[in-house]
Design a binder for this molecule. Structure first.
Ligand SMILES: [Zn+2]
Ligand SMILES: [Zn+2]
Length: 253
């Protein structure tokens, strides 16, 4: 089945950012549908420039680190007290995330604003819409952290979340049109025991996944992005680029 998809990065930064970069968020449009993957600090502001949150079919959170979900507080206010939507927004999260936000306080009406579903580890699939499938796969990072894969017709995209080197993600992402991988530590090395990737780790996963194209994200600002891109792209056959906020990528049909 033909499929028309697009990706708009909302945030490509890390746990701290510089240069106006926001924390993690990606808007995926698939036909008439729209899904957001993660919502770190600043990602909601860019989402509001790109789409009405009332349009979203789902918001999916990869893990509980604040740089991937903290703008849920801001979105909650937008939906509960701002121009928000009437029906609860489907929110798909790792187990326990809504409880953490409630414990922080100041989140009355959470269940009226979000229709929360918890994704069970270690992996699964669900139909967000009859023609739109979400799959998730646990990867090594803050337990549990889910890599996410969206499929719409013949089109597919995978976001590897934050993760350390692993064998699962290459299989999970195999053959996608677009693979988004974190490259927190640039040309490397990754400090011992830290569950993130550098260029060599990215190359290992991408070689197993064989995506149509690879986008890099989530690089700490101290690292040389140009040298990192060269190191990754020289080792792979597919096109490689940094994901850039607001720069839409069309794929699928
Ligand atoms: Zn992160
Ligand atoms: Zn993280």
């Amino acid at each position: 089945m033909p499929s028309s998809l697009s990706l708009t990065p909302l945030g490509t930064g890390t746990a701290y950012t510089r240069g106006g970069r926001s924390q993690t968020g990606f808007l995926v449009r698939a036909g008439a549908h729209a899904v957001v993957l993660d919502l770190g600090a600043g990602a909601l502001a860019r989402l509001l420039d790109e789409a009405d949150p009332a349009e979203l079919d789902a918001l999916v959170i990869t893990h509980a680190h604040p740089d991937h979900c903290i703008d849920l507080f801001a979105l909650h206010v937008y939906l509960a007290h701002g121009p928000g939507r009437q029906e609860p927004l489907p929110l798909l999260t790792p187990p326990g995330l809504a409880g953490r936000f409630s414990a922080f306080g100041g989140v009355d009406h959470w269940d009226e604003v979000f229709a929360t579903s918890e994704l069970p580890p270690p992996a699964g699939r669900l139909q967000i819409r009859p023609e739109l499938t979400l799959a998730w796969q646990e990867v090594p990072h803050l337990p549990p952290t889910f890599a996410l894969r969206l499929e719409h017709g013949a089109g597919s995209i995978c976001f590897g979340a934050d993760c350390g080197p692993n064998d699962e993600l290459g299989s999970f992402a195999r053959g996608v049109d677009v693979l988004i991988l974190e490259c927190s530590f640039g040309t490397g090395p990754v400090p011992g025991g830290v569950p993130h990737l550098d260029a060599a780790g990215v190359v290992d996963i991408a070689r197993a996944a064989r995506p149509g194209r690879l986008l890099l994200t989530h690089c700490y600002p101290e690292h040389d992005r140009r040298a990192t891109l060269t190191a990754v792209s020289d080792a792979l056959d597919c096109p490689v680029a940094w994901a850039e906020e607001g720069e839409r990528v069309d794929f699928g049909d």
